[in-house]
Every structure is written in structure tokens, then in C-alpha cells.
Write a protein that binds this ligand. Structure first.
Ligand code: ADP
Ligand code: MG
Length: 224
């Protein structure tokens, strides 16, 4: 059976204070990472602990940079762009990560212009988060990214051949810090939802166990 979750509720997200904290956390982390590198080359008997420290710091860095995206105010830099170009650039960016796992990223359309007015960097972030989730979920296979031009909306589909998302997990998606991954932050989908909401759009997640997951972005073409 197919499960579907439509995300449109207003998200309550911490504001400027959160952004400030996230920003302030990043500076000391950068310093710590630098000194760790130094110790790593000089000391060797406790290296495994250094490795753990590095990983944990990396996680803090990841959370604070995602938190920073989340706590930024609404979309500021809107301009008219071709969605197809955006998808191609994300494909190029993530290709190396996909190839490492024997995963292909396929773009399913003839090259064309599908213009929307949006904050292109933010929509790019959404596509990166979604395709990364697919790569992380899959052992091998294909991820298909499709763009459809509707009269006043654009639909973007990210479909994978991963294991699918169980119903109980599907219900929890988009909750802050909800993750099933050892190294996950559980902020990726929340960021996607915030960005798409800021564009007055919708995210629909459809998943079938054993078959895969399709995330559909429905974004109004908008105007400046
Ligand atoms: P993170 O990737 O850091 O775990 P996300 O918010 O991006 O955080 O995703 C939350 C959870 O949703 C993941 O931990 C995973 O369990 C599930 N998930 C998201 N996308 C997929 C997918 N394409 N296939 C299977 N599970 C997924
Ligand atoms: Mg993720």
C-alpha cells in the first residue's frame, strides 16, 4: 500500500537567537578542528579517541550549519531561473557521492526551459537534501529526478529505489532531530519543508516498502 503525507502545517522555528547561537558555535568549532589536525599528526597512541572527537565535532558543525539555514528569515533573493539548469547542477554536484555507491542519478526529461521565480540557492539546497537522503537510503540503483511544467506550478520529483519508509517513520518525518541514521542530524527534511513553505509550495512524500520513495515538490511559479 502507498502511504502519503502532505506537509503544509506552519512550522514553528526558533528565530534570530537560534541563528546567532548557531553562528557563534561555528567559530570555536573551526578552531578546535584545526588543533585536532595538529595533534593527529604528532601523537599516535590515542589516535582512535581523536577520531571519535573529530566525528563528534563534525556532527556539531553539521547541526549548527543546518540550524543556521533553518533559523534564517524568509526567502530574500528571488529571481527567475530555469529549474532544469538547477537540477543539472545538483546532479553534477552529487554525482561523485552517488558513483561511490554505484548509484546513477538520472534526469528524466528533454532539455527545456521551466522557469520559476525562487531563491535558487535555497531550492538547490532542497534538492541536495532530498537526493542525499536517497543516496544514503540506497545500496545501488537509480535516482530519477523529473521536472514537470504545469500552468502555474512546477512539479519536481525525486524518486529512488531505496527500501522505502515505514508508516511509523513517515508520520515522524519533518520533526526536528528525527533520524534513523547514526550520523544523521534529522534536520534535512525540516529544512526542505521550511524552504518550500517559504515559496508557498508543498512537499508530498510517497513511499512503498521494498520499492522506494518519491518526494514531490510542488512550487508555484511565482513572481518577483
Ligand atoms: P537525516 O538525513 O539527517 O536523518 P532527514 O530529515 O533528511 O534527516 O531525514 C529523516 C529520516 O527520514 C532519515 O533518517 C530516514 O530515516 C528517513 N528518510 C528520508 N528520506 C528517505 C528516503 N529517500 N528513503 C528512506 N528513508 C528516508
Ligand atoms: Mg538527510
Amino acid at each position: 500500500a502507498q502511504d502519503q503525507v502532505i506537509r503544509s502545517e506552519k512550522l514553528s522555528i526558533a528565530g534570530e537567537l537560534a541563528a546567532g547561537i548557531a553562528h557563534e558555535i561555528r567559530n570555536p568549532i573551526t578552531a578546535i578542528k584545526g588543533f585536532l589536525k595538529l595533534i593527529e599528526v604528532t601523537e599516535d597512541k590515542n589516535k582512535k579517541f581523536l577520531h571519535i572527537i573529530s566525528e563528534e565535532i563534525e556532527k556539531i558543525a553539521q547541526i549548527s550549519s543546518e540550524f543556521l539555514i533553518l533559523s534564517k528569515p524568509h526567502v530574500e533573493n528571488k529571481k527567475e531561473i530555469n529549474v532544469v539548469d538547477l537540477i543539472v547542477s545538483v546532479q553534477l554536484l552529487l554525482e561523485p557521492q552517488a558513483v561511490k555507491k554505484n548509484i546513477g542519478i538520472q534526469l528524466e526529461y528533454e532539455y527545456c526551459d521551466i522557469l520559476i521565480t525562487c531563491d535558487d540557492m535555497k531550492i538547490k539546497q532542497v534538492l541536495i537534501n532530498l537526493i542525499k537522503n536517497s543516496i544514503e537510503a540506497m545500496e545501488k540503483g537509480f535516482i530519477k529526478v523529473t521536472a514537470r511544467d504545469l500552468t502555474d506550478h512546477v512539479h519536481i520529483y525525486v524518486a529512488d529505489e531505496g527500501p522505502g519508509i515505514p508508516k511509523e517513520i513517515l508520520d515522524n518525518l519533518g520533526q526536528p532531530f528525527f533520524t534513523t541514521k547514526e550520523e544523521g542530524t534529522g534536520l534535512g527534511l525540516l529544512i526542505c519543508e521550511k524552504i518550500i513553505e517559504d515559496h508557498n509550495g508543498k512537499i508530498i512524500i510517497e513511499s512503498e516498502m521494498g520499492k522506494g520513495t518519491i518526494v514531490i515538490l510542488r512550487i508555484p511559479k511565482g513572481q518577483i
